[in-house]
Design a protein around this ligand. Structure first.
Ligand code: FAS
Ligand code: PHB
Length: 395
């Protein structure tokens, strides 16, 4: 089946679905092609915190009604070092907040938005192959329900994540990602129990990092630092709760456990492509860059890319090529600030990993305790953290 559109979007995660909403707002024709089912996309448990800038983007495109009704507005976070808890008051420091609203809810709102618009979103597409992106007439080939599709477009947006097909279309010497690993991973759980805290707790403890987040007044989201390659089967529920209680413990405070409904281990990695554009292909979100989750930036960076790229494609449709020509440079400049903050938060709050020599581990841990105690004791350091955590301006 031959089709024609202006923008072919590969991937129906938050980046792909949101750029569709931006293009729809400007009446720019688009088609979204996703290789997993709608149900699978919606089932993925990912990010939980939206920056003020992300809330503003969703509001701008009419996507924030349920977010405002159900999202939890947080005026700060708690930083904890060896049991000593300090509240970092975002409102007092920078006059901004964040909103706890799970990525799954953002995706659900976006899917419902496209349902209402009657958008062309193909789920469960097989053998998705963008071709001719280095020419001026790209085509995306795919198969749905046994029917072969040939989608011709002016532009292709690669919103298919870090393991998607679009990154592979950019020659290695051009994509040239700057990358690094981290000597830690996160064991994350969802639990059907009311959070034991009002706002997120990020804790450094000799046994490792732990974080108490949430999804709603009745669902808690918590994380533990584990070694890379840790076997999830070694972590039965009681062991998880005991480790969380030990690492998050603070005088006069206890963690209330509950039924764990989901558990997974997420490795940590940073990667930034040297460019987000190659011919008629534009990368957005995880397709262009990934960060460790410590700074709560992955989803927010995807939203920021899309806010820039969607408006740039709309400007191009009106005859103004300027914003599209500037997209990669503008998005990457902001992304490196995000990378730096995510690396800072990761090194601030995690104990040294298993590969660090024993004598260096003791020094590195004590140094991290010293740095965290400086932050919890300095309004200036907290103001810088608050400015970055609540989100830098998008452009
Ligand atoms: P996504 O990966 O979300 O979406 C890409 C979409 O493209 C997917 O639906 C995929 O099925 C589809 N796709 C892939 N290949 C394709 C192909 N060949 N053809 C068609 N479609 C294709 N961020 C945080 O801020 N906080 C967190 O706590 C956090 N936790 C995370 C936990 C995990 C396990 C992972 C993997 C990521 C986590 N992130 C977190 C980061 C995450 O939220 C991403 O930043 C966010 O999903 C980025 O959105 P997209 O760029 O849309 O990519
Ligand atoms: C989450 O709620 O999933 C979450 C919150 C903050 C982070 C990472 C994950 O830094």
């Amino acid at each position: 089946m031959a089709e024609r559109t202006t923008v072919a979007v590969i991937g129906a995660g938050p980046a792909g679905l949101l750029i569709g909403a931006v293009l729809a707002a400007h009446a720019v024709p688009f088609v979204i092609v996703e290789h997993r089912s709608r149900e699978h996309v919606l089932s993925r448990i990912r990010a939980g915190v939206l920056e003020q800038a992300s809330v503003d983007v969703l509001e701008r495109y009419g996507l924030a009604e349920r977010l405002h009704a159900e999202g939890l507005v947080h005026g700060g976070i708690h930083l904890q070092v060896e049991g000593e808890r300090t509240h970092v008051d975002f409102r007092a420091l920078v006059g901004r907040t964040v909103t706890v609203y799970g990525q799954q809810q953002v995706v659900l709102d976006l899917m419902r938005h496209h349902d209402a618009l009657g958008s062309a979103v193909h789920y469960s597409a097989e053998d998705v192959r963008p071709e001719g992106i280095d020419g001026d007439a790209p085509v995306v080939r795919f198969r749905v329900d046994g029917v072969d599709h040939e989608l011709r477009a002016d532009f292709v947006v690669g919103a298919d994540g870090y393991h998607g097909v679009c990154r592979t279309l950019v020659p290695d010497g051009v994509l040239a990602p700057a990358e690094r690993g981290y000597d830690a991973a996160w064991l994350g759980i969802l639990a059907d129990v009311a959070p034991s805290t009002d706002e997120l707790i990020y804790a450094l403890h000799p046994e490792g990092f732990a974080m108490h987040s949430m999804r709603s007044p009745t669902v808690s989201r918590l994380y533990l630092q584990v070694d890379p390659g840790e076997d999830l089967a070694q972590w039965e529920d009681d062991r998880i709760w005991a480790a969380l209680q030990e690492r998050l413990g603070s005088p006069g405070w206890t963690l209330t456990p509950g039924p764990i409904t989901e558990k997974s281990i997420t490795p940590m990695r940073s990667s930034v492509a040297a460019t987000l554009v190659y011919g008629r292909l534009f990368l957005a979100g995880d397709a262009g860059h990934i960060v460790p989750p410590t700074g709560a930036k992955g989803l927010n960076a995807a939203i920021a890319d899309v806010a820039l790229l969607g408006e740039a494609l709309a400007a191009q449709a009106r005859g103004d090529d300027g914003p599209l020509a500037a997209y990669s440079t503008t998005a990457l400049a902001r992304q490196w600030k995000i990378q730096s903050f995510s690396q800072y938060m990761t090194e601030l709050l995690h104990v040294p990993g298993p590969d660090v020599a024993r004598d260096e581990r003791a020094f590195d841990y004590a140094s991290r305790v010293g740095r965290l105690r400086y932050v919890t004791g300095s309004r200036y350091a907290q103001q810088s953290l608050a400015e970055q955590y609540t989100g830098l301006a998008i452009a």
